[in-house]
Design a protein around this ligand. Structure first.
Ligand code: CUA
Length: 161
């Protein structure tokens, strides 16, 4: 059977592209390590109860003579703990550092209307620091598909004066 040379060219090109895509996926798994930006360490997701995540919530700390806040959050199918059942309450105009991890699957932690947005990965701690400039309420949504009720996974941050 004769295959026209242009047709041969396109067949070879499509095989080449398929091989290239498979290679990029393999490279992604093997050569790179899936990590979140601002990664601040690893943690055993089976054993969060013996870590600060075992008692999640807001802590007041004094750093360099200033009052700051640390917020430990677990993202769990399908809620933020804290955040969903009760809002995360922090004051405006103070440094707030979030530490977030997940005991089950990949989730997102996206503070709606801001650029505060991180993936949460079992085994890793996502960390970011911010200062909320005004007292108001913010929504939190999960923006990584995490199961059948992913679309209802949401929470609240209450920034108080
Ligand atoms: Cu949690 Cu989507």
């Amino acid at each position: 059977m004769h295959i026209h040379k242009f047709e041969q060219f396109w067949i070879k090109l499509s095989y080449g592209l398929i091989a290239f895509f498979i290679a990029t996926v393999i490279y992604g798994f093997v050569a790179m390590d899936l990590k979140v930006i601002g990664d601040s360490g690893t943690i055993d997701p089976q054993n969060l109860q013996d870590t600060p995540f075992g008692n999640p919530g807001v802590r007041e700390i004094i750093k360099n003579g200033e009052t700051e806040y640390e917020v430990y959050v677990q993202t769990i199918q399908f809620s933020f703990v804290p955040g969903t059942a009760q809002p995360i309450e922090v004051p405006a105009n103070h440094r707030v550092t979030f530490y977030i991890t997940s005991p089950d699957v990949l989730h997102g932690f996206d503070v709606v209307g801001t650029n505060l947005n991180t993936m949460t990965i079992p085994g890793q701690i996502s960390k970011f620091t911010t200062i909320f400039p005004e007292a108001r309420e913010y929504g939190i949504v999960c923006n990584e598909y995490c199961g059948p009720a992913h679309h209802v996974m949401e929470g609240k941050i209450n920034v108080v004066p």
